[in-house]
Design a protein around this ligand. Structure first.
Ligand code: PEP
Ligand code: MG
Length: 527
C-alpha cells in the first residue's frame, strides 16, 4: 500500500469508498437535544409569520371565494387565544410542533363536531393551517456535508446519515463508533462503506481518503495502486446489494423472509416481489425533522406508501423507537445512560401526545391494507396493555369523526431480557419479533455503540441462542407468531441455529436478502 497514512478499525463489509475528507469537529446532529422554551416560542412565532406571509401572497393571486378561506386561515393564525394556548404548552416543556398541534386540537374537534355544515367545513381549513405551520417548522436548514465526501468524525448521528444524499458515493470513518450501532446498521442497509473505531487522528478537510469497509482500514492520500485495487474490488462486489431482487431463489418456502426498512429510498430500489413483506419499519428514521413527529398527515402518507409498495403483503410498522442512540428533536431527558433510560415504548407512554398522533396515523393507514404494529423496548406486560388502550381510545375518536380506520394486530419487540424470559405473561401482545441487536447488548451488558466492548457480542451468542429458543417455545405454547428482525437473522452463519430453535419468519436488511435466501435454498428451507 502506498498511502502516507493507514488507519485500522472495524469495517462494515460494504466494499470501498473514495473521496475528499469532510472532517467534522463535533458529532453533527441536525437536531439539538434539549428544549429551550424561548427558542421553541421563537421557532413557532417565525413559522406562523412565514405561514401568514405565504397565505397573503396566495390571496394576491386568487379569486374572491378562495381569498375568503385564506383570510379566515390568516385570522386563525393571528388568534391570540391559540398563540396563548401554544405558549402554555411550550412553558410545560413541549416543543414548538407538539404545542402547536395541541393548541389547535380542540378547535379542530369543535369545528368537526358542529351541526352546521359551513362550520364543519372549516375543520379542513384548520387542519390545513396546522400542517402549513408544521411544514414551516421543518424549514430550519439541516446540517449536512458535501455529497461524495468521506465523513470523518468521532461519531455520527443516525439522522445526519439519513439527511445526507449518498447517491454520489462517499463513505464514513469514525474515531469511535461500533459496527452494531444504529448508524452502522443504516450504512450497511444502504451499502455505504464505513470503518469505525480507528482512534483519534488529525486530517485536513478535502484530503483524499480511501475507506475499505471490507477489511477495516482507511488510507489517507491513497496512491494509484490503492485506487486501482479499490476499483477492481468495487466492480467485483456490488455496493448496494439491492440487486437481490432478481436472485431467482424461490419464495414461499418454509421460512418466510421479509425486509427491514429504515429509509424510504430502500423501497424505491427494491421490488416487493423479492420478499414476503416488511417485517420491520423503523419509523423513527423515516422522518427528517422533529416537527414530523407531530404531523399525523405526513406519517399517514408514509405508511400508506409502504402498504402500496407491499401490494397486499404484510407491513409491520414499529412505533417510534426514540432514545438510546436515536435522539430526535430534543425529546427525552438528559440521561447518563440513555440505552437504559427513557427509550422506545417508555418514552412514548411518557409522551402520549406524540404517541397518540402516530397511533391515529397507523389506525387510518391500517384501513388501507394488512398493517401490523410493533412496540419497541417492551419490558412489562402493562406497557402493551396501556398502548392497546390508547389504540382503542383513538380508534373510537376517529370513528366518531367518521374517519375510516382498522384496528391492526399489535405485537412487541422482544429485545429486553426481562420480557424475553417472561413471554408467557404477554397475553395482550398479538405477535412477537426478536430484536437481537438490543437483546445482545442487554444480555452481555455491552453497549452496541461502544467499540471497546463490541467483541463481547460474540461471547454472548450462546446465551442469546438459548434465550431465543426459550422465547420461541413460549410463543408457540401461546399459539402466537414469533419471528426475528435483529441483524442476526441476516447472517447466514446463524440460520441453522435459528431454524433449529423453531424460527420460521425472519426479517433482514434489503442488502442481506440475497445471501439469506441462498443459504435457505441450500438448507432446503426455501420450499
Ligand atoms: C433490534 O434491536 O434488534 C432491532 C431490530 O431494533 P433496532 O436495531 O432498531 O434497535
Ligand atoms: Mg432494538
Amino acid at each position: 500500500m502506498s498511502g502516507a497514512l493507514r488507519l485500522e478499525g472495524k469495517g462494515n463489509g460494504c466494499g470501498y469508498a473514495t473521496g475528499p475528507a469532510f472532517v467534522s469537529a463535533e458529532p453533527l446532529s441536525p437536531c439539538g437535544d434539549q428544549i429551550s422554551p424561548s427558542l421553541e416560542f421563537e421557532h413557532l412565532s417565525k413559522a406562523i409569520e412565514e405561514s401568514i406571509a405565504a397565505l397573503e401572497a396566495l390571496i394576491a393571486r386568487t379569486e374572491p371565494l378562495s381569498a375568503d378561506i385564506l383570510e379566515f386561515q390568516i385570522e386563525m393564525l393571528r388568534d391570540p387565544a391559540i398563540a396563548e394556548m401554544a405558549a402554555e404548552e411550550i412553558a410545560k416543556g413541549q416543543n414548538a410542533a407538539f404545542s402547536w398541534v395541541a393548541a389547535l386540537e380542540e378547535y379542530i374537534a369543535g369545528f368537526e363536531q358542529s351541526e352546521d355544515d359551513d362550520i364543519r367545513a372549516r375543520a379542513v381549513d384548520m387542519i390545513d393551517i396546522r400542517d402549513r405551520v408544521l411544514r414551516a417548522l421543518e424549514g430550519a436548514p439541516s446540517i449536512d456535508f458535501p455529497a461524495g465526501s468521506v465523513f470523518i468524525g468521532k461519531d455520527m448521528a443516525p439522522s445526519l446519515f439519513l439527511a445526507h444524499d449518498w447517491t454520489g458515493g462517499g463513505g464514513i470513518v469514525l474515531e469511535a463508533g461500533s459496527t452494531a450501532s444504529h448508524v452502522a446498521l443504516l450504512a450497511r442497509a444502504k451499502g455505504v462503506a464505513m470503518v469505525v473505531g480507528v482512534g483519534s487522528f488529525s486530517l485536513e478537510s478535502k484530503t483524499p481518503v480511501l475507506v475499505d469497509g471490507d477489511n477495516g482500514f482507511v488510507i489517507v492520500h491513497p496512491g494509484g495502486a490503492d485506487l486501482a485495487m479499490a476499483y477492481r474490488a468495487t466492480k467485483a462486489t456490488p455496493r448496494h446489494g439491492l440487486e437481490a431482487r432478481d436472485s431467482g431463489v424461490a419464495l414461499n418456502g418454509a421460512v418466510e423472509v421479509l425486509v427491514n426498512i429504515s429509509d424510504i429510498d430502500e423501497i424505491h430500489s427494491l421490488d416487493s416481489a423479492a420478499c414476503e413483506g416488511i417485517g420491520l419499519l423503523r419509523t423513527e428514521f423515516l422522518l427528517s425533522h422533529a416537527a414530523d413527529l407531530a404531523n399525523e398527515e405526513k406519517q399517514f402518507q408514509l405508511y400508506s406508501e409502504m402498504l402500496k409498495w407491499a401490494a397486499g403483503k404484510p407491513v409491520t410498522i414499529r412505533l417510534f423507537d426514540l432514545g438510546g442512540d436515536k435522539p430526535l428533536g430534543g425529546f427525552g431527558v438528559e440521561e447518563r445512560n440513555p440505552f437504559l433510560g427513557l427509550r422506545g415504548i417508555r418514552l412514548l407512554l411518557a409522551m402520549p401526545v406524540m404517541l397518540r398522533i402516530q397511533v391515529r396515523a397507523l389506525l387510518r393507514a391500517a384501513a388501507l391494507g394488512p398493517l401490523k404494529v410493533l412496540l419497541p423496548m417492551v419490558t412489562f406486560p402493562g406497557e402493551v396493555e396501556d398502548t392497546r388502550r390508547i389504540f382503542e381510545e383513538e380508534a373510537a375518536g376517529l370513528a366518531d369523526r367518521h374517519i375510516a380506520i382498522s384496528m391492526p394486530a399489535i405485537g412487541m419487540m422482544v429485545e429486553v431480557p426481562a420480557a424475553a424470559l417472561t413471554l408467557d405473561m404477554f397475553t395482550s401482545a398479538d405477535f412477537f419479533s426478536l430484536g437481537t441487536n438490543d437483546l445482545t447488548q442487554y444480555l452481555a451488558a455491552a453497549g452496541r455503540d461502544n467499540p471497546t466492548v463490541v467483541d463481547l457480542y460474540r461471547h454472548a451468542e450462546p446465551a442469546l441462542l438459548r434465550l431465543i429458543a426459550q422465547a420461541v417455545t413460549a410463543a408457540h405454547d401461546m399459539d402466537k407468531p414469533i419471528g426475528i428482525c435483529g441483524d442476526l437473522a441476516g447472517n447466514p452463519a446463524f440460520l441453522p441455529a435459528l431454524i433449529a430453535s423453531g424460527i420460521r419468519r425472519i426479517s433482514v436488511a434489503p442488502t442481506q436478502l440475497q445471501a439469506v435466501r441462498m443459504a435457505l435454498a441450500q438448507a432446503g428451507m426455501d420450499g
